[in-house]
Design a protein around this ligand. Structure first.
Ligand SMILES: Cc1cc2nc3c(=O)[nH]c(=O)nc-3n(C[C@H](O)[C@H](O)[C@H](O)COP(=O)(O)O)c2cc1C
Length: 157
């Protein structure tokens, strides 16, 4: 078995975009968590997956609420990534968002919003894979924020 450091060094070489996944728990508290472990699963039906650490403060919210939104960040939104990866009392303070018909906070002015409904959850190691069906997608112009080897990057055109 490889060590945690070897795992981080190897997997850090994979470049990804950066998302903020948002939802609300059963008590109505808003949650948002920075997630790079996001990818497409299926075209028909339109499915995506996110991997959420079981030990984060938001994990329970994704079990309690079947609805969540994937907010894909644009290249100048590192601030959003840092904020939603922190342990602030109210991560949404000062952040522009709307609530959709399911009551889920959907961030404004990001590159893409995907409004999803959970169709499956898979327990794997210290993370849960939540598979969601995309019910609504909003796409705007711009470039994605990129994360690799522990740093943020912008695409060179
Ligand atoms: C670039 C970046 C990518 C991250 N990707 C993930 C991820 O894929 N899954 C995850 O559970 N946490 C990920 N994290 C860590 C969470 O954002 C962090 O633990 C956050 O504080 C959890 O919030 P919570 O404690 O309010 O749930 C990432 C953090 C950063 C900065």
């Amino acid at each position: 078995m490889i060590s945690k450091d070897e795992f981080r060094r190897a997997l850090g070489c994979f470049a990804s975009g950066v998302t903020v996944i948002t939802t609300k728990d059963a008590s109505g508290h808003r949650h948002g968590i920075t997630v790079s472990a996001f990818c497409s699963v299926s075209l028909a039906p339109p499915l995506i997956l996110i991997c959420i650490d079981k030990y984060t403060g938001s994990h329970h919210a994704f079990e309690e609420n079947e609805c969540f939104a994937v907010n894909i960040l644009r290249e100048d939104q590192q601030y959003y990534s840092d904020r939603f990866a922190s342990h602030l009392d109210d991560k949404f303070d000062g952040i522009a968002f709307d609530e959709n018909a399911d009551g889920i906070p959907v961030l404004k002015d990001v590159l893409v919003n995907l409004e999803c409904r959970r169709v499956n959850a898979h327990d794997n190691g210290d993370h849960t894979i939540f598979v969601g069906e995309i019910e609504r997608a909003t796409v705007t112009d711009g470039n994605p924020l990129v994360y690799s080897q522990g740093n943020y990057h912008q695409l060179r055109n």
